[in-house]
Design a binder for this molecule. Sequence first.
Ligand code: COA
Length: 150
Amino acid sequence: MIELILRKAGPEDLLAVMDIENSSFEHPWPANCLLPELSDGKINYSLIAEIDGKVAGYLMTWRVVDEFHIINVAVAPDFRRIGVASAFLGALVDEARLSGINSMTLEVREGNSGARKFYERHHFKEVGVRPKYYRDSGEDALIMTRSVDE
Ligand SMILES: CC(C)(COP(=O)(O)OP(=O)(O)OC[C@H]1O[C@@H](n2cnc3c(N)ncnc32)[C@H](O)[C@@H]1OP(=O)(O)O)[C@@H](O)C(=O)NCCC(=O)NCCS
């Protein structure tokens, strides 16, 4: 039985987060983009998942008025498909209810079929497209959203 712990992220998680980022994305964010997201603040709300004491994934969000904007989420390849990202969404829903946030929004690459399936499984719906949103590849972004009380 694995032990999954979710906790707030901090700057000390940078190296572990970079490892997962680099093994999860073709165009990973550099350290100087990841670091500012690893602190708790008025806008930032970021979580780390630990399994058996090892960083297994991260969720980075911004509070934007009455919405959580999911800006980055990744789970280390060895820990995928065991519910880590689903646990993040559960924790985000709990935090949203505590802080009067009504919806969750994100952008996902059109070609990221695994992530799209994950979000659909969690009741996110496509509500728009940002054409050529990703400057690295020119890929479109799909905007997906759901209400907290879905
Ligand atoms: C997308 C991602 C965060 C999902 O994390 P995860 O912890 O593996 O997800 P969960 O185990 O909670 O998945 C729950 C369900 O989502 C769906 N799902 C998740 N990953 C999927 C995939 N690659 N393909 C199809 N469905 C998937 C399934 O329905 C899954 O349930 P099942 O395993 O019983 O079939 C992870 O695959 C990842 O880190 N990918 C690389 C980074 C990335 O693309 N991030 C999203 C950027 S927008």
